[in-house]
Design a protein around this ligand. Structure first.
Ligand SMILES: NC(=O)c1ccc[n+]([C@@H]2O[C@H](COP(=O)([O-])OP(=O)(O)OC[C@H]3O[C@@H](n4cnc5c(N)ncnc54)[C@H](OP(=O)(O)O)[C@@H]3O)[C@@H](O)[C@H]2O)c1
Length: 345
């Protein structure tokens, strides 16, 4: 098998392709021949050495990758649901950038009929993140007005769609003009292009009473203002810090990181209670063992997909060997939808 291995944190040069011996599944596991592997911003953060769960669960060397599609090669003795040759997709905690992966059978789902392997590889992590943020944590309700930062990206594009499925009024925020049409096509009621418009003036114009839910993975750049633009009983969902990770040759600036860390708001319990606001946070990679959540979320997502209510994110495909180009592209902040690696040669 081939896999991408990061031996030590660093820039793009740390993404090395290596040959390793083939894998064997344990009793409750399946071995998947990986066709495609979804790329997440967290993979870049793992490469930079700043992703807490990468250090906590694996350490270095590490193979990134949280989601794959492919075909079952073999199953453990306790697995009856998947026979060799079955097309599947799976959610993984690392290891996805490879031509083979072993996963527990509870993390595997049949490949939806309407999806190619490439599209399916980009679905599980972004859709589970959006589902968990909007529906499990923030309990979005029909009639809510929600603000989605980075609305054209992998998670953002799913948040916009799930917001509309739930009956919310969705305002998407993008950082470049070419992303506006993507977010409109996803169903957003309004799009703010913060590269040409003043984000918060426009956000106030669109929702003078504030937002019921704001979904923010920017970090220091917007968290304070996001909190200030909540309506009464509004909820701010914090699920990433990507604006803090501007890189040069794939390495984030230490001074900038330190400055952004210092200016990240600390929310006061007194202010939360007086203003009737909530701040919620999560990281799914630390919830990986809660398989009931995964099963519930994926079943719901697959039902919406089958019913034609939800579209998988649009994908841009890179060969496994071009993984560094894919990371560079994702860190440029210019991509829309998901990037996936084609692992099957
Ligand atoms: N907590 C969790 O469990 C969880 C799970 C999955 C993902 N996430 C987080 O969700 C966010 C989105 O992940 P994704 O994989 O779907 O990525 P993505 O949204 O497809 O790409 C990242 C987007 O963030 C914006 N951005 C702002 N500053 C950036 C920077 N310094 N470098 C690169 N992009 C920057 C850009 O959009 P605009 O300029 O248009 O804003 C860019 O397109 C990430 O922060 C990720 O860590 C969290």
């Amino acid at each position: 098998m081939k896999k991408i291995v990061i031996h030590k944190p660093g820039g793009y040069e740390q993404l090395r392709i290596e040959e390793h011996t083939d894998l064997q599944p344990g009793p409750d596991e399946v071995l998947i021949d990986v066709t495609a592997s979804g790329i997440n911003f967290a993979d870049c953060v793992t490469r930079m050495g700043l992703y807490a769960s990468a250090k906590h669960y694996v350490g270095y060397p590490i193979t990134p990758g949280f989601e794959v599609s492919g075909t079952i090669r073999s199953s453990g003795t306790e697995v009856t649901a998947y026979t060799p040759g079955t097309p599947v997709m799976a959610i993984t905690r690392f290891g996805g950038y490879a031509t083979q992966i072993i996963v527990k059978h509870g993390q595997v789902f049949p490949l939806p009929e309407q999806l190619t392997f490439e599209a399916a590889a980009g679905l599980p992590a972004a859709s589970m993140t959006a589902w968990f943020a909007l529906l499990q944590l923030a309990h979005a309700q029909a009639g809510n007005t929600i603000l989605v930062h980075s609305a054209a990206g992998g998670v953002g594009s799913m948040l916009v769609q799930l917001g509309k499925i739930t009956g919310c009024r969705v305002v998407g925020v993008v950082g470049a003009a070419h992303k506006t049409a993507t977010v409109t096509a996803l169903g957003a009621d309004a799009v703010i292009d913060k590269s040409t418009q003043d984000l918060w003036t426009e956000a106030e114009r669109l929702a003078p009473d504030g937002y019921d839910i704001i979904l923010d993975a920017n970090g220091a750049a917007t968290l304070k203002q996001s909190y200030q633009h909540l309506a009464a009983v509004g909820k701010l969902v914090v699920y990433g810090f990507h604006s803090m990770l501007r890189t040069q040759h794939g390495i984030p600036g230490k001074l900038r990181l330190a400055w952004d860390y210092l200016r990240t708001p600390r929310f006061s319990p007194f202010d939360l209670t007086t203003k009737n606001r909530s701040v919620l946070g999560f990281n799914l990679s630390f919830l990986f063992d809660k398989t009931a959540i995964l099963q519930q979320g994926m079943q719901q997502i697959l039902q919406w997909l089958e019913a034609g209510k939800l579209q998988a994110p649009a994908v841009t495909i890179y060969p496994l060997e071009a993984v560094a180009d894919a990371h560079r592209a994702l860190e440029s902040g210019q991509t829309t939808g998901k990037l996936v690696l084609l692992c099957k040669s």
